[in-house]
Design a protein around this ligand. Structure first.
Ligand code: PSU
Ligand code: MN
Length: 300
């Protein structure tokens, strides 16, 4: 049986020339943002990677194949798919063996990126430990993936809908390096600050690439989380977003499992009159640019 892995023409050419490649996920497109901003953002993020001198590989599963790099018409189709599947580590093999189409989460995108030989990945915010996890046990598979798959993930921290102190604790337990980029503090997705110190700090893409290579040399499994604060011009201050997150969480009673994160993001979008989406778009673009710099250093 051969691996059901397909490259876009752009990614295949980049691989042949040993050019830097940045993986991008697709759940943010199908479950994280509304149409048509989801497609516009996905296209803009790909272009930001190109403008920074790397090649984007948006990853999704189409008809039982992992696609590393989506041809433009596939991307447009996926962005308009209603009720697309959300594929995480637990779903990936069944998705492929059953011939399904679906969007990959951070966890599944890391697995696919690694299979495709891509070591750098940009997203918005990773999943983490949900508030109330002591009762629900809702902890994202993204954290466990960071502990076992050697991909450097650039995100604006974990999404602020989560319990950030517990998320940091689990990452520490799992041995995941959490690196504040040019920041002593862990960012909180829509806001630059969380009040929590970043366990590690780095100020350049060179340092991040060096640490990635050193981890491999030590034989340690797993990747690293680069926590890149949203640009100051685009942030929603914590004082503004905190009561909105709390209101959205109150509205989320009865919502569970895979639906929790999409529900909260969409509710916060409505409660902020779309401002949370504008911030989300800005932070993803910012992460894509940094990931391209890291990918270039890794390709050296
Ligand atoms: N970043 C965003 N928006 C998103 C996500 C990330 O800006 O919607 C997605 C990622 O795919 C991540 C998922 O893996 O949210 C987390 O889902 P859960 O909490 O169910 O693990
Ligand atoms: Mn969950």
């Amino acid at each position: 049986m051969t691996l059901p892995l397909t490259f876009s023409s752009e990614v295949a050419a980049a691989r042949a020339r040993n050019q830097p490649i940045v993986a991008l996920e697709s759940t943010i497109i199908t479950h994280g943002m509304p149409w048509p901003q989801n497609l516009e953002t996905a296209q803009a993020v790909e272009q930001a990677v190109r403008d920074a001198g790397a090649v984007p590989a948006t990853i999704a599963c189409l008809d039982g194949h992992i696609h590393a790099g989506l041809e433009p018409d596939y991307l447009a189709t996926l962005a308009q798919t209603q009720n697309a599947r959300k594929i995480s580590r637990a779903d990936l093999a069944v998705c492929l063996s059953e011939g399904w189409t679906g969007a990959t989460t951070v966890a599944a995108t890391m697995i696919c990126a690694h299979l495709a030989g891509i070591g750098t990945f940009a997203t918005g915010g990773i999943g983490g430990v949900h508030r109330g996890a002591e009762l629900t046990f809702d902890i994202s598979a993204d954290l466990y993936e960071l502990a076992q798959t050697p991909v450097t993930v650039v995100a604006a921290g974990a999404k602020a809908i989560l319990d950030l102190p517990k998320t940091l604790e689990v990452l520490e337990t799992l041995g995941v390096p959490v690196i504040g980029y040019q920041s002593d503090e862990l960012p909180a997705f829509w806001s630059r600050k969380s009040g929590l110190p970043a366990p590690l700090r780095m100020d350049s893409a060179v340092q991040i690439a060096d640490a990635h290579r050193m981890r491999a040399q030590l034989g340690l499994p797993g990747g690293q989380l680069v926590a890149n604060p949203i640009p100051a011009s685009a942030e929603i201050p914590a004082e503004t977003i905190t009561p909105i997150i709390e209101a959205a969480l109150r509205d989320a009673t009865g919502i569970s499992a895979k639906e929790v994160t999409p529900f909260l993001l969409s509710r916060i979008h409505d409660l902020t009159g779309g401002a949370s989406l504008q911030a989300n778009i800005a932070l993803v673009l910012n992460n894509a640019r940094l990931a391209a710099e890291i990918a270039k250093e890794m390709a050296r």
